[in-house]
Design a protein around this ligand. Sequence first.
Ligand code: TPP
Ligand code: MG
Length: 544
Amino acid sequence: MTGTLRGADIVARSLKRLGCHCVFTLSGNHIMSIFDAALDADLDLVHVRHEAAAVHMADAHGRLTGEAGIALVTGGPGHANAVGALFTALGAESPMVLLSGHAATWELGRGGFQELRQADMAAPVTKASWTSSATETLGRDIGEAIRIAASGRPGPVHLSLPSDLLDARVESSAVVWPNWQALRPAALPDAMADKILAAIAEAARPVIIAGPQMSTMNGRALLGRLEAATGAPAVIMESPRGLADATLGAFPELIKRADLIVLLGKALDFTTKWATGAAFDPDVRVIAVDPDGAMVERAKKETGERLLAGCVADTTSAGETLLMRAKTSTPKLDWHKEARTALDNRPAQWRNIVSQTPGRLHPAEVFRALRPFVERDADAVLICDGGEFAQWGQSMLPVRRRLVNSVTGSIGSALSFALAARMVETKAPVFAVLGDGTIGFHIAEFETALRRGLPFVAVLGNDARWNAESEIQRRDYGANRMHGCELLPARYDLVIAALGGHGEYVERADNLPGAIERALASGKPSCINVMIESIAAPTIRLSP
Ligand SMILES: Cc1ncc(C[n+]2csc(CCOP(=O)(O)OP(=O)(O)O)c2C)c(N)n1
Ligand SMILES: [Mg+2]
């Protein structure tokens, strides 16, 4: 006698079996059976205030742990709210799965409650997207979703779960449990690794560009070792600002001189300006190593004869193979030194730049004050989100663990990221640097953080405007045509205090260190509302 099992229990148990103990979720009719099943399966439901926030949290969990984060939302409107946030996870190459409740199979095509073509809707922003079709195979579907999310170039996967399949009971013996094993990574063949290393050795000015997937502590460490072994500066490109990402210092001047670019899991796209045109030496050669054959093909199409080699291989394993076989190559000391000088370059005047407006700080003043707090703990997590203000933070705060809103440039994820980061990192400080426009997207997640006892410090640059877009108006249409981007200089700190968190209001630079200290000491989710000047993001050049 084997007994029967309910679909929802199969889902909950499968998640547990696969090591997913925590699910970021928002309730809804279609998924209440899974909430019920979570009790017996001992799943921790972190319930949030907007479905997109659940996706952002699963995204942050995926990026920080390397293991798939799970978001669970209800069908129809819940799913629709969640989908936009998948774009961020896709751009960040983050392993995560969105599980959405779904109208019952018997309702489909008949105007069922919240019936929507959910899988079609999520398809463009996921690696795979489908609807489960039988109760018996729900577990297998979940295993498959997680496997796809974590394999090759990681990314989001969507699975819709019709409510009748979740409610149905099936014989336990008929259940197909997930049999998840990571796919063996596609290896970089030794001969190809040697060819790439030889090309790097022969090049005078090689640069290695890695994709967002490498933006983890392990990924950064691997790139650091590869750089040391080959003498080729290795950078991660994960910002929509592309070559002009302030994190990369005077990168445009460096890349223009490169004679070889090795793309290590970095898709040739708008951020790299397709390695073509005025930003590059017309003869620069390119090597593309990518988990996705389509990206190798794209590199061939974009660079033609200049593509020295292209190979499908998983990024981390390719990096490890290169490192293992790089031992004999000779580092290029001069080029490497020049490159590091460009990448680490920050204008000297940033050290003493001060605001010209009473009652408002310059962004550089904010990050000069924040830097010692970030540097206190090597495990600190930094989150940067929004427009111009956060760019200063990205540029001025060196950290090992950083989450940005991805090459998609989709703003609004910072608070959700901070909350999820605190669940992963229980000791070191978590700082979220964001703009006043951006905080509005998910400010209610402070309530989630308070309810769950998850402290972090949000450093809010309040210039009472969506400045990134204002700057575009100033540049393209003129200072007298700037409109539709102004906001109130609102007291977001009081909003957070009213929710029960810790709020600080700062108008003077000398008050900021004390405010940061108090926010950290409060042990609460905190918001330091810093009134700032509207200043464009920095651009960094070697010579002024
Ligand atoms: C989801 C989304 N909506 C809109 C935009 C366009 N956008 C990019 S930055 C920005 C302004 C951000 O304002 P704020 O957070 O106040 O930062 P600031 O630029 O003022 O420092 C906007 C509207 C976007 N990138 N993503
Ligand atoms: Mg702003």
